[in-house]
Design a protein around this ligand. Structure first.
Ligand SMILES: *Cc1c(COP(=O)(O)O)cnc(C)c1O
Length: 451
């Protein structure tokens, strides 16, 4: 096989003379020997690189229009104590959407003010915990939640001089993901409050009636794996109009708008990595232009990338077990390559038809290739890691297979289906490696079973 596609593989990845994969100076064979497989190998330097890229690019673009930016790392993409600490050290804040994610950020000693809490169905205890931790903002997802959070704030002794910062999640009718976006007037999904019929405006006004709440702004998140800046710009336009409407109706100018996450990455060769600085400049230019049209000031902006920060940093190493050629109805052969993980460590192909690529990691393999389908070890025929990929024709049991771009929504969505213990996450850097999350064991699983 040829060289590594830089858009898809981590920046610290390279090939030895014999074609074996190295990750930040560590041989894939050595990593597999030390940590066993499957294993998520995270390029630590690249995580910092990606985090700082978003911080610097968006800060520069929005400072140039007289505004500022907060970049929240969307913890749901992958959160561990070390990663939360890194994100904060790199100048990012941390976005959480459950009590569990909040607990990780707090364990990492991320200050409350640098944490946000989302969620469409927060429990009373999650709300109380967030208030107790003095999180920087709670993103309200329904009208009912306005009163609930206000009551929880009062119960915690918070009042007009010590308010709880909140945002209101708005659905703007802009939906995106993959490579296109659609704008619809009416929303049929669970998140947020629609801008249609004045609903979002009414919710914002409702917040203003509660003296223990501080209305920081409105929040939107339009989807995931979006490559099209036009979708973000269309969304920004709706959000800025909402802010101007509130100002006209009440005289209150919200200081901030959150334009969400969803920035796309390259998963397979041929897909391009997003040009983050160009994207940031384009979004800032739109915000500036629309504010001029609306005759209003430019707000502070926050964004919440998850996938685009951590996704490209990580490679999953699997061990090849069974290799099975299957003759199809048309006479062609598909080679099923079964690995020692699957849908329990990467549910995205089964969940959304997500595409990945792979290569042998322990050697180059033969120049001739076969049409392979990489499958897992679970008892589901839909347990497919890669629907179709060209692999060396001599791929054999015992080989190592590397799948790149698995940093986001891989380990974080992992399950223990079939009682397969979840893989570890190992951070590699030049000269060092350390386990961020250890491998789950059968004892861990059995510890939950009270017999
Ligand atoms: C999922 C999510 C994100 C992060 O999305 P990515 O596609 O990982 O960037 C950000 N904000 C909210 C509210 C989300 O639900």
């Amino acid at each position: 096989m040829t060289g590594l596609d830089v858009a898809v593989w981590p920046s610290g990845a390279g090939l030895d003379d014999d074609g074996a994969l190295r990750l930040a100076g560590h041989g894939a064979t050595d990593l597999a020997a030390e940590h066993d497989t499957p294993v998520f190998v995270l390029d630590e330097a690249m995580f910092h690189e990606r985090a700082r890229l978003f911080r610097d690019a968006f800060t520069a673009a929005f400072e140039a229009i007289g505004s500022g930016v907060d970049v929240y790392y969307a913890g749901k993409s992958f959160l561990s104590v070390a990663v939360a600490r890194w994100a904060y050290a790199d100048g990012l804040r941390v976005d959480t959407c459950t009590g569990g994610e909040l607990a990780v950020a707090l364990r990492a000693q991320v200050p409350g003010e640098a944490i946000g809490l989302h969620g469409n169905n927060k429990s009373d205890s999650e709300i109380a915990r967030a208030i107790d931790a003095r999180v920087g903002r709670i993103v309200l997802d329904s009208v009912a939640e306005v009163g609930r959070v206000a009551a929880a704030a009062r119960a915690a002794g918070r009042g007009p001089h010590d308010r709880v910062g909140v945002m209101v999640r708005v659905t703007t009718g802009i939906h995106a993901g993959g490579h296109e976006f659609i704008a619809t007037a009416h929303e049929d999904q669970k998140f947020g409050i629609s801008v249609t019929g004045g609903q979002a405006l009414a919710a914002l006004r409702e917040v203003l009636t509660h003296p223990e709440l501080e209305l920081l702004g409105a929040h939107s998140h339009i989807g995931s794996q979006i490559q099209d800046v036009a979708a973000f710009e269309a969304n920004a336009r709706v959000m800025l109009a909402l802010r101007a409407d509130l100002e006209r109706a009440t005289g209150v100018l919200m200081p901030e708008l959150d334009l969400g996450g969803g920035y796309g990455i390259a998963y397979v060769p041929g897909e391009e990595a997003m040009d983050v600085p160009a994207f940031a400049r384009s979004l800032a230019a739109t915000v500036q232009r629309v504010c001029a049209e609306l005759d209003t000031t430019v707000p502070r902006v926050s964004i919440e990338p998850g996938r685009a920060v951590v996704g490209p940093t990580t490679v999953t190493l699997y061990r090849v077990g069974v290799v099975k050629p299957v003759t199809l109805d048309d006479g062609s052969v598909r080679t099923y390559v079964a690995v020692d993980g699957g849908m329990s460590d990467n549910i995205r192909p089964a969940l959304y038809g997500a595409r990945y690529t792979a290569r042998l990691a322990n050697r180059a393999g033969s120049p001739e290739t076969v049409r392979a389908r990489v499958v897992g070890k679970h008892c589901e025929s839909g347990d497919i890691v890669i629907d179709e990929v060209a692999l060396p024709a001599d791929v054999a049991p015992g080989d190592l297979l590397a799948v790149p771009a698995t940093g986001a929504y891989g380990r974080s969505m992992a399950s223990t289906y079939n009682h397969v213990p979840r893989p570890p996450v190992v951070a590699v850097a030049e000269g060092t490696s350390r386990v961020l999350v250890r491998r789950e064991t059968e004892d861990d699983l059995l510890a939950l079973d009270l017999g």
